[in-house]
Design a protein around this ligand. Structure first.
Ligand code: GAR
Length: 189
């Protein structure tokens, strides 16, 4: 996590998912996600980019703290750092990300703004397996979200997040039940 952790909160609030959450990791000390985890009694860790400085070292430190807590999979939600190929190899087929667009359209940190700037009429939410590229990897599930006239980044993102909060628990549930796979580079659920 890097941010507010509303997706984390819905996972914490899902009784069948909560027991599987071993640890919440953030790269930002002040991340609201950390206080959500603490309130729920879930161990937390901070791995700061500045302490490592390079992607490989940072990613290795994140992987080590995850493994030391016995976690076997990784669920990214608003994590604004790119992880190394070595990190991806340590959790094969077990790293998920959620992104506020219909990938491959609008990867990156400003997906909602870019969709508005392009005047698209429909955007949405993507859940995908993570590879070493930004907002990239086999797509597991997508849901469309209509863009309304007069939408702002905030109003559209709020509608997108309501969809995220239903979709992500569904897919994370499949992950913890071992029902997700990658075959020939494509995701199956
Ligand atoms: C979510 O909307 C997620 O899709 C987006 O960050 C937000 C995090 O919200 N992720 C990306 O843009 C990834 N490129 P949250 O901290 O409230 O869960």
């Amino acid at each position: 996590m890097s941010g507010s952790g509303t997706n984390l909160q819905v996972l914490i609030d899902s009784p069948d998912i909560r027991p599987h959450i071993r640890l919440v990791v953030s790269d930002r000390p002040g991340a609201v996600a950390l206080s959500r985890a603490e309130k729920a009694g879930i161990p937390t860790a901070q791995v700061r980019w500045e302490q490592h400085g390079a992607r490989d070292e940072f990613s290795a430190a994140v992987a080590e703290v995850i493994e030391s807590h016995g976690a076997e999979g990784v669920v990214l939600a608003g994590f604004m750092r790119i992880l190394s190929a070595g990190f991806v190899d340590r959790f094969p087929g077990r790293i998920l990300n959620i992104h506020p667009s219909l990938l491959p359209a609008f990867p990156g940190a400003n997906a909602v703004e870019s969709a508005l700037d392009h005047g698209v009429k429909v955007t949405g939410v993507t859940v995908h397996f993570v590879d070493e590229k930004v907002d990239h990897g086999p797509i597991i599930a997508q849901e469309p979200v209509e863009v309304f006239e007069g939408d702002t980044v905030d109003s559209l993102h709020a509608r997108i997040q309501r969809v995220e909060h239903v979709l992500y628990p569904r897919i994370v549930r499949s992950l913890v039940q071992d029902r997700l796979a990658i075959e020939h580079g494509l995701a199956s659920a």
